[in-house]
Design a protein around this ligand. Structure first.
Ligand code: RP5
Length: 177
């Protein structure tokens, strides 16, 4: 069995779907992960224990996704020297702004690298975790380079598609005249 390097923790099982992009990107980049649920409010001891044992278990980065009054990433960060990446999720009535502020506004000395709200944030948590791990992993660093090249290629493809659409639009207009 491959030992997980990234621990993904969610405040609730209801966060699973929102955090799936994180798992997808970790897999794409070839990074072994594990996932669990621990709530800063409903099970603070479980959250604390997870963070306290994470490094000794071989984890190198923790990703924490939570919605609402999202204190999970901060609580985990208070109990470990591993980098903690927080993903604010949409839960309840405030569209994730509550989770964004709760995750980002940490006191000095206890950093949480806070991502964008929702799917983009979940994906970026995986990419940032990869960038941290790649500092000591040349193969992963190359995979990240490829990943970034693929992003550029995707934009070039979109630019061509848009140019073609615009071209057919102006050709059509000329045809009508
Ligand atoms: C947060 O409250 C969780 O991270 C979740 O986003 C939200 C709602 O949790 P459930 O009531 O669905 O368990 O702690």
């Amino acid at each position: 069995m491959v030992r997980a390097l990234v621990g993904v923790v969610m405040g609730s099982d209801s966060d699973y779907e929102a955090m799936e992009p994180c798992l997808k990107y970790l897999e794409q980049l070839g990074i072994p992960w594990e996932i669990t649920v621990a709530s800063a409010h409903r099970s603070p001891q479980r959250a604390e224990e997870y963070a306290r044992r994470a490094k000794a278990r071989g984890l190198r980065v923790i990703v924490a996704g939570a919605g609402g009054a999202a204190h999970l990433a901060g609580v985990l960060a208070s109990r470990t020297t591993l980098p903690v990446i927080g993903v604010p999720l949409i839960a309840g009535q405030l569209g994730g702004l509550d989770a964004l502020l709760s995750t980002a506004q940490m006191p000095a000395g206890v950093p949480v690298a806070t991502m964008a709200i929702g799917a983009a944030g979940a994906a970026n948590a995986a990419v940032l975790a990869a960038e941290i791990l790649a500092l000591a992993d040349a193969k992963l660093s190359r995979r990240l380079e490829e990943f970034k090249h693929a992003l550029v290629a995707g934009v070039v493809k979109k630019a061509k598609a848009v140019a073609n659409r615009a071209k057919s639009r102006s050709t059509g207009r000329r045809g009508r005249a």
